[in-house]
Design a protein around this ligand. Structure first.
Ligand code: AN0
Ligand code: CP
Length: 315
């Protein structure tokens, strides 16, 4: 593998998820692989899990890590070709990406969508501009449309906790006060559609994800109906794709509650975190034994390690 930008860089998602769980058993076995190599992690947005787990993963493989909060500790970067840089951007991505490549053997990038410019976002403008000028392998730490390190983690976690070969997995929209990206949900759908699971989506009218990612997964407008016989409930808020970046539903009746979880087949509750308690999901669910959000977040380390290892090995 040269880059890890989305599920499209992975031939067999189930095989990679197995590698994640294997690495978890013996994380320091490959310490020599990354010796004297440096990973630069670039953040254009906030992060807790991705920031810590990706650094640890690289360090477990013997790499050195440097974190750069772009625009905060460095100059504001210009991404547009031919820009007259008389505004507040001081450095162009042409030099920026090339210079970072001089110091890095691998680069990881987080850059959220604008949620105002649908065309730019869904063309992955920032990531593509970056890829044009970078000279080393790149790991996507959440871009405008996907979050593949999260989705690989999610698949590995489902395999770890599943008692069935083909569990029923429900991706459900949940309420939120802010307009959030579609990335986690797009990406989860893309990975689940390629995995050996029975996958359905529940979301209110106006919140259908892009067909590019949801594929032919059944969509339920009735959340409670979707929950029947579910083995995994994966909750996430996203803003509308159709009415791009808008919040269309402001009440909380899609919040995940214990009553709704009782409709499932003793399902495990999953969320990528951070999560707003008693908005997205009730305390009762999050604090119950059915919630595996902490174990899920823990698996981010092994997922990142499986990806970085494959890139270091170039296979
Ligand atoms: C981000 C999102 O929804 O994409 C990051 C999640 C991993 N979440 C928030 O902005 C709250
Ligand atoms: N789930 C996740 O990516 O969390 P952070 O935004 O904190 O990295």
């Amino acid at each position: 593998m040269r880059n890890f930008l989305s599920a499209n860089d992975v031939e067999d998602v189930e095989l990679l998820a197995q590698e994640v769980l294997e690495l978890k058993k013996n994380p320091f076995q490959w310490k020599a692989l990354g010796e004297n190599k440096t990973m630069v992690l670039i953040f254009l947005n906030s992060s807790l899990r991705t920031r810590l787990s990706t650094q640890k993963a690289a360090q477990n493989l013997g790499m050195n890590t440097i974190v750069l909060n772009l625009g905060q500790d460095s100059w504001n970067m210009e991404f547009h070709e031919g820009a007259v840089m008389n505004g507040n951007t001081a450095e162009h991505i042409k030099e920026g990406a090339a210079v970072i490549s001089e110091y890095a053997d691998m680069i990881a990038l987080r850059s959220f969508p604008t949620l105002t410019d649908k065309i730019n976002d869904y063309q992955e403008f920032v990531l593509k501009q970056f890829m044009k000028y970078v000279n080393v392998p790149v790991v996507n730490m959440e871009s405008a449309t996907v979050h593949p390190l999260q989705s690989l983690t999610d698949l590995a976690t489902i395999r770890e906790f599943s008692t069935k070969k083909r569990p029923k997995v429900v991706l459900t929209w949940a309420p939120h006060l802010r307009a959030l990206p579609q990335c986690v949900s797009n990406s989860f759908a893309q990975w689940m559609n390629r995995a050996d699971v029975d996958f359905v989506i529940a979301n209110p009218e106006g919140y259908d994800l892009s067909h590019e990612f949801r594929g032919d997964a059944p969509i339920f407008r009735n959340q409670e109906e979707a929950f029947k016989d579910a083995d995994f409930i994966y909750a996430k808020n996203w803003s509308s794709f159709e009415q791009y970046g808008q919040i269309l539903k402001t009440d909380f009746d899609w919040m995940i509650t214990e009553e709704k979880m009782a409709l499932t087949n003793h399902a495990k509750f999953m969320h990528c975190l951070p999560v707003r308690r008693n908005v997205v999901v009730s305390d009762g669910v999050l604090d119950s034994a059915s919630s595996i959000v902490i174990q899920q977040a823990g698996n981010r380390e092994w997922a990142a390690q499986a990806v970085i290892k494959r890139i270091l090995e170039n296979k």
